[in-house]
Design a protein around this ligand. Structure first.
Ligand code: IMP
Length: 187
C-alpha cells in the first residue's frame, strides 16, 4: 500500500481524505507539521508556499499532501475567503450569520487547493469548488468549521448534517482530492 503523509492538524480533513483514498489502496498518514501561511488572496499561492517550505525543512518519507481551503460569501464581497481560519477562530460561523442578517443573497462557495509533492519532484496542485448557500440557522453535528451553516447546491442538508461519505459527494476538498487520486491511478 502506498503511503502519503498529510500535513494537517485537522482530524476532519484527515478522515475525509482517508475515506476517499482507502478504496484506491492509499494509506493517508497524519503528520503534525505546521507551516508558515503566506498572506495572499490566492489559495494556490498559500498552498505553494507551504508545500515548498515543507519539502525544504521537513523529512518527508515518500510523498506529502497539504490542503488549504476557504469559505467565500458573495454578500460579504467573498470574505472571509483566505482569512477563513482567522475569522473562524475569532468570531466563528455565528459571525457570518450575524453579518448576513436581513440580506437576501446567501450564496457562497468553498474552495480547496490540494498541494501534492513526491520526494525529489516538483509540487502539483489540484483545486475544487462547491457552490451553495448559507443556512439561516446552524444545523447538524458532523464535520468541522463552517459545516453547520453551509448547504451545497443540489442538497437540502448542511455539510454538518451529512456523514463523511455524503459530504465527499459534494465537497470542494473531495473534488480536488479526486483529481489527485486520478493522477495517481494513471501514473
Ligand atoms: P484551512 O484550510 O485549515 O486554513 O481552513 C480555513 C478555515 O475554513 C478553517 O476555519 C476551517 O475550519 C474552515 N474550513 C475548511 N474546510 C472546511 C470544510 O470542509 N467545512 C467547513 N469548514 C471548513
Amino acid at each position: 500500500m502506498k503511503k502519503i503523509q498529510f500535513g494537517t492538524s485537522n482530524p476532519g480533513k484527515l478522515l475525509e481524505t482517508q475515506k476517499l483514498f482507502a478504496p484506491l489502496g492509499f494509506e493517508i498518514e497524519q503528520v503534525h507539521i505546521s507551516y508558515p501561511e503566506l498572506q495572499s488572496s490566492d489559495l494556490e499561492e498559500v498552498a505553494s508556499f507551504g508545500i515548498n517550505w515543507i519539502m525544504k525543512e521537513k523529512k518527508i518519507e515518500e510523498a506529502v499532501i497539504i490542503e488549504d481551503a476557504g469559505l467565500f460569501v458573495s454578500a460579504l464581497n467573498n470574505y472571509p475567503g483566505v482569512f477563513s481560519k482567522h475569522f473562524f477562530v475569532t468570531i466563528g460561523f455565528d459571525g457570518i450569520l450575524r453579518l448576513l442578517k436581513g440580506k437576501e443573497d446567501r450564496s457562497a462557495y468553498f474552495e480547496s487547493c490540494v498541494a501534492y509533492c513526491e520526494k525529489g519532484s516538483e509540487p502539483l496542485f489540484f483545486k475544487g469548488r462547491v457552490d451553495g448557500t448559507i443556512a439561516i440557522m446552524p444545523r447538524g453535528h458532523h464535520g468541522f468549521g463552517y459545516d453547520p451553516i453551509f448547504i451545497p447546491k443540489g442538497a437540502e442538508k448542511t455539510f454538518a448534517e451529512m456523514e463523511i461519505e455524503e459530504k465527499n459527494k459534494h465537497s470542494h476538498r473531495a473534488i480536488a482530492l479526486r483529481q489527485l487520486a486520478e493522477f495517481l491511478s494513471n501514473k
